[in-house]
Design a protein around this ligand. Structure first.
Ligand code: PHE
Length: 345
């Protein structure tokens, strides 16, 4: 019996030493030490052995069991370590690789320009007011002194939404809403999208405007000029100049177009300047003194006549300012959503 045990034991040790996986290890364990394993089967016949032989055989069996347990443990540790080494090699992280930079969003040049302009005017007391883009014909046109048969309607190719309803062609409509809703003084800035049926490199059917309105007693043309000069110098540099050219808008009288000196040419006008085309001036906005008819619509008519209530208004296209500030050659680039373009701002 001892020979049998020795044979089983040494075979088991050999099998364990060469076991290539944890599964194989478990197979060997069960086949030797399991309930029906070889060692257990031998010990079942222990009853047939004489009383003095029995302890000897028991001791041999226990010794083999101990050796086999030790061998199991050793081999298991070796296999575990090998598996870990493989895993570590596979999952190796190269910490010297450059990190993947996350995609950061940025504010659209129109948003940035809008914010810059608002910042400038808020420093001199203008509040921002917004209104609807779908507007009544009345507030967009009639209230701003542009009656149905007025030729000035042709200046703004209108999108009609239905009888008496349009897509606003300027944010003058917001000024009219504001004045009808509250009393003077009014000092507001109205940014927002406006719509005109027009499309080329410098016109888009949807674009953005900021219009300003200041109504109070004794607001003068010189206040308008001073305000716009402040604005121009804040936006284009301290040496910027402005000039006013007489112009016509139905909602102001007198009206003017306002130019700012070319920030590219600075002191010496270059005949080949890309920005001003050699003129030295850039047209940036329309402005003027609020037409008295608008005060009647607003309910300010009495104060206009008895309290010297006056006001000025101005309006500018944000895309045009952004194109000038950032040197953008084509307006349409702003609406194509191309990240290669947008990432530059
Ligand atoms: N509403 C004018 C336009 O859209 C701009 C403007 C506003 C001109 C105020 C003069 C005074 O063209």
């Amino acid at each position: 019996m001892i020979e049998k045990l020795d044979a089983i034991g040494s075979q088991a040790l050999k099998d364990l030493e060469t076991a290539a996986s944890l599964d194989r290890l478990e197979q060997v364990r069960i086949s030797v030490l399991g309930k029906k394993g070889a060692l257990s089967e031998v010990l079942k016949s222990l009853g047939a052995v004489s009383a003095e032989e029995r302890p000897k055989i028991g001791a041999v069996a226990n010794e083999w069991k101990r050796k086999i347990d030790a061998a199991l443990e050793l081999r298991k540790a070796q296999l575990d370590k090998a598996a870990l080494d493989v895993q570590l090699a596979q999952e190796r992280v190269d910490i010297s690789l450059p990190a993947r930079t996350p995609h950061r969003g940025a504010l659209h040049p129109i948003t940035q320009t809008t914010q810059r302009i608002i910042q400038v005017f808020s420093r001199i007391g203008f509040d921002v007011v917004t209104g609807p883009e779908v507007e009544t014909d009345y507030l967009n046109f009639e209230a701003a002194n542009i009656p149905a048969d007025h030729p000035a309607r042709d200046m703004q190719d209108t999108f009609f939404m239905g009888p008496g309803v349009v897509l606003r062609t300027h944010t003058t409509s917001v000024q009219m809403r504001m004045m009808r809703a509250q009393s003077w003084p009014v000092r507001i800035l109205c940014p927002g999208a406006v719509y005109r049926s027009d499309s080329d490199a410098t016109h888009s059917p949807m674009f953005h405007q900021i219009e300003g309105l200041w109504v109070d007693q004794n607001v003068k043309m010189s206040d308008l000029k001073g305000t716009l000069l402040f604005f121009a110098q804040e936006l284009f540099g301290a040496d910027a100049k402005i000039r006013l050219r007489p112009s016509y808008f139905p909602f102001v009288e007198p009206g003017a177009e306002v130019d700012v000196s070319c920030f590219q040419c600075r002191t010496k006008i270059s005949p080949t300047c890309r920005v001003c085309k050699g003129s030295g001036w850039l047209e940036i906005l329309g402005a003027g003194m609020v037409h008295p008819r608008l005060f009647d619509v607003a309910g300010y008519g009495e104060d206009y006549r008895s309290k010297n209530l006056t006001g000025f208004a101005f309006g500018l296209g944000i895309e045009r300012i952004a194109m000038l500030l950032y040197g953008i050659p084509d307006l349409r680039l702003m609406f194509q959503g191309d990240v290669r373009f947008l990432n530059q701002f």
